[in-house]
Design a binder for this molecule. Sequence first.
Ligand code: C2E
Ligand code: MG
Ligand code: MG
Ligand code: MG
Length: 283
Amino acid sequence: RAKAAGGNRYEHADPEADVLAITRHGLTNSLPTALERGEFFIEYQPLVRLSDGTVHGAEALVRWCHPLRGVLGPDQFIPLAENTGLIVPLGRWVLGEAVRQARAWQFADGEGPLRVNVNLSPFQLRYPDLVRDTAEVLKEAGLEPTALCLEVTESALIGADETLLRPLRQLADLGVDIALDDFGTGYSNLSNLRRMPLSALKLDRSFTRGMQQDPADPVDLKIVEGVVALAHTLDLAVTVEGVETGAQAEHLRVLGCDTAQGWYYARPGPPDRLHALSLVDAS
Ligand code: C2E
Ligand code: MG
Ligand code: MG
Ligand code: MG
């Protein structure tokens, strides 16, 4: 799959194999100190409103610039960070950077409301200070909580027991949006959707792949139509990831999806590029 994805060197199909590879190459030793050595950086990928094509925010995606092995994608080191506990300080660092960046964008174009999405590992959800840390980071940066969206994967919420729902509710009470990431790939307990304090579903790109062909796969169209109806009934916005073609974007717009993200609009990149994009689109 890494090859088929064409040039996305971060794309990896098998995180477990990646962890093994990293261990074999001795990266386990260099991960714990990578944070203090400043080897992580964040790329941002715009989220585009389908109704009018404007940039309405961006997702923060972490990368590790390893001194010997070059740039590594999150699938190659997040599992390892989770196993070693580094995910908590790393996640806090990503959140802080992304929140400050969102504030900087807002200052720079004065228009706002540019928002930022940050991925949350289930290990962070189990960390008792998550809610307090998040509130603190927002306050320090001067970013309103409504400009932050935290993305949690469906599989991270398996069982959706109280230990995971409580911090999510507290975050939602702060005003932070919660999105269910990679929706449709994990264990979709639809009745749980009502219990979770969600504002959005992020539909996995596997559902939109069939819209790249011409004519679009009719089953994929029906599935997305159904998900949109379900989401809107529950008052949830629908974001679609992995939009690679204009035809796909048009289908998704017609089907009523709210926001899209993908290479068709922009690959993940440095923060200054996103700012330029949003200015162009807003004018
Ligand atoms: P995700 O949250 O589902 O992010 C979307 C992934 O799809 C990103 O991969 C992005 O680069 C890729 N993508 C975006 N548009 C397209 C497209 O049009 N076509 C294709 N084929 N791919 C596209 P990336 O950056 O490798 O991130 C992989 C996963 O790593 C993310 O999936 C997320 O779950 C996780 N991740 C990234 N940053 C963080 C982080 O700071 N913390 C945690 N816990 N996880 C992170
Ligand atoms: Mg995500
Ligand atoms: Mg996703
Ligand atoms: Mg995904």
